[in-house]
Design a protein around this ligand. Structure first.
Ligand code: SF4
Length: 390
C-alpha cells in the first residue's frame, strides 16, 4: 500500500493555484494568484467571485507557487534538451499544450510558448496587499524567473487612491508594469446603483495616482451599463473621468447578464431596462465624441458589437466615429443582419456583411430563430451574446 502511494505521488505533476480570470490582454501571461477572490464583491453586474471569500495569501505560499512555476519551466527545458531541441522551449511547450497534466502546466507552457516575458498577479485587487509584501512578491517573481520583464495586476480605484504615491512608485520600481482597473462608469448615480463602492472622484484620484507613479494604466468601461435610463450620463460622465485620468488604455466591454449577477433580478423585476445593440452603439458614439485624452481605445472583447472601433486618441477619433457612422447608415435589415451575425459569431467586422456565404448563413439563422420571419427578438439576441461568455 505504502509503495503504491509513493508511486502515485511521484507521477503527480507539480501544480500551483490559479484564479478564475485574467484580462484578455494577459492571455499569455504566467498567472500567479497573489490574493484570492474580490475584497469588495458587491458589484451588481459581476458574478466572478460571488459566494467566495476574499483572502490575502501568505507571501511564503505565493513564493512556493512561483517556485513550482519555475520547476515546471525547468522540466520543460530539460525535456527540450533530452528531445534534441537544445533547450528551446517552443516545441515542448506546444506538446504540453496539447496534453497538459494540469492547468498550471498548461499555463506555464502557454507562457513559455509566447516568450515567457509577462506575468499577471491574480485575483481582483492585489493592490490591497501591504505594499512591502507586494514588492517582495514581485521581486521574488522576477528574481526566480528572470525572463519576466512585465508584471501586471487588477486593482480597484479606491485602493489605488488610498495608496501613497511613494508606495506606487516603489511598486513600479520593483517591476509592476501595469494595473488594470475596472472603472465601469464615471457617473456617480450609476456607480451607486451598481454598487461599485467607488465614486467618480475616487476613480480620478486612484487613476491619476497610478499614472503619476509611472505604472501603465488600463481602465475598463462597460458599454450598456446605464441601460435605457442612464445611457447618456453614463457616456458623458465616463468620458469626463477618463479625460481627467488620461490612462494609457481604455478598454470597452458590453454588458452581459447572467443569473448569478444581482443585476439579473433587477432586469426581471423591471428596475433595469437593458439597452439594445443599436442604442449601445449610440452610447459608444457619445462616449467617443466626448473623449479628449491621449489613450489607446481598445475594443478587444467578443461582446462588443463593433470590435473595429479601435485607435489612438485623439488622432484616430474620426476614424473610430466613421466605423459607427458606417453601421448607423446601414438599412434596418442590414443592421439586424449584422447584429445577429455578430451575436452568433459568424461576423467579426462590418466588412463581413459583404461576404456572401456568411451573409446567407446569417439569413438562415434569422429565418430559423424568428420561426420563418425576418426579426430575431431582443431577448434571443441577448441570450446569443451571453452564450459567448457563460
Ligand atoms: S470589484 Fe471587480 S471583481 Fe469585485 S465585484 Fe466589482 S467588478 Fe467584480
Amino acid at each position: 500500500m505504502k509503495k503504491m502511494a509513493l508511486e502515485e505521488k511521484t507521477i503527480i505533476a507539480p501544480s500551483f493555484e490559479l484564479g478564475p480570470i485574467r484580462p484578455p490582454s494577459e492571455a499569455y501571461s504566467l498567472l500567479i494568484r497573489a490574493t484570492r477572490n474580490c475584497p469588495w464583491n458587491r458589484c451588481k453586474f459581476c458574478s466572478t467571485y460571488k459566494g467566495k471569500k476574499f483572502q490575502l495569501r501568505p507571501v511564503e505560499e505565493i513564493k512556493q507557487d512561483i517556485k513550482t512555476a519555475k520547476a515546471i519551466q525547468d522540466k520543460i527545458k530539460e525535456l527540450s534538451w533530452k528531445s534534441g531541441y537544445g533547450g528551446g522551449v517552443k516545441e515542448i511547450a506546444l506538446m504540453v499544450l496539447n496534453n497538459p497534466p494540469n492547468e498550471a502546466y498548461y499555463n506555464v507552457a502557454l507562457w513559455l510558448y509566447a516568450g515567457g516575458e509577462s506575468a499577471f498577479l491574480q485575483d481582483a485587487n492585489c493592490l490591497i496587499m501591504r505594499t512591502g509584501e507586494l514588492v517582495e512578491v514581485i521581486r521574488f517573481l522576477k528574481g526566480t524567473l528572470p525572463s519576466i520583464n512585465r508584471v501586471t495586476s487588477y486593482a480597484r480605484s479606491k485602493t489605488a487612491a488610498k495608496k501613497k504615491l511613494d508606495e506606487l512608485i516603489e511598486l513600479k520600481k520593483a517591476g509592476l508594469s501595469r494595473l488594470h482597473i475596472g472603472m465601469e462608469s464615471g457617473y456617480d448615480p450609476l456607480l451607486q446603483y451598481i454598487d461599485k463602492g467607488v465614486t467618480a472622484a475616487e476613480h480620478v484620484a486612484g487613476g491619476r495616482k497610478v499614472v503619476e507613479s509611472g505604472i501603465s494604466l488600463c481602465e475598463y468601461v462597460v458599454l450598456g451599463l446605464g441601460g435605457r435610463a442612464m445611457w447618456r450620463e453614463h457616456a458623458t460622465e465616463t468620458a469626463k473621468v477618463l479625460n481627467e485620468i488620461d490612462p494609457d488604455f481604455i478598454r470597452v466591454r458590453t454588458l452581459t447578464i447572467n443569473k448569478r449577477m444581482p443585476l439579473y433580478n433587477e432586469v426581471e423585476n423591471g428596475n433595469f431596462v437593458r439597452a439594445t445593440d443599436e442604442e449601445i452603439i449610440e452610447e459608444e458614439k457619445l462616449l467617443i465624441e466626448h473623449l479628449e485624452c491621449h489613450s489607446n481605445y481598445v475594443s478587444d472583447h467578443i461582446t462588443n458589437l463593433l470590435q473595429e472601433i479601435e485607435g489612438k486618441l485623439p488622432q484616430d477619433k474620426e476614424k473610430m466615429l466613421a466605423s459607427i457612422d458606417r453601421f448607423q447608415s446601414l438599412s434596418p435589415e442590414e443592421k439586424h443582419n449584422f447584429i445577429v451575425g455578430r451575436r452568433t459569431g459568424i461576423y467579426s467586422q462590418l466588412d463581413d456583411l459583404y461576404n456572401l456565404p456568411k451573409r446567407e448563413a446569417v439569413e438562415q439563422v434569422i429565418h430559423k430563430l424568428s420561426q420563418g420571419g425576418n426579426q430575431v427578438d431582443e431577448k434571443t439576441i441577448y441570450t446569443l451574446m451571453e452564450g459567448f461568455i457563460s
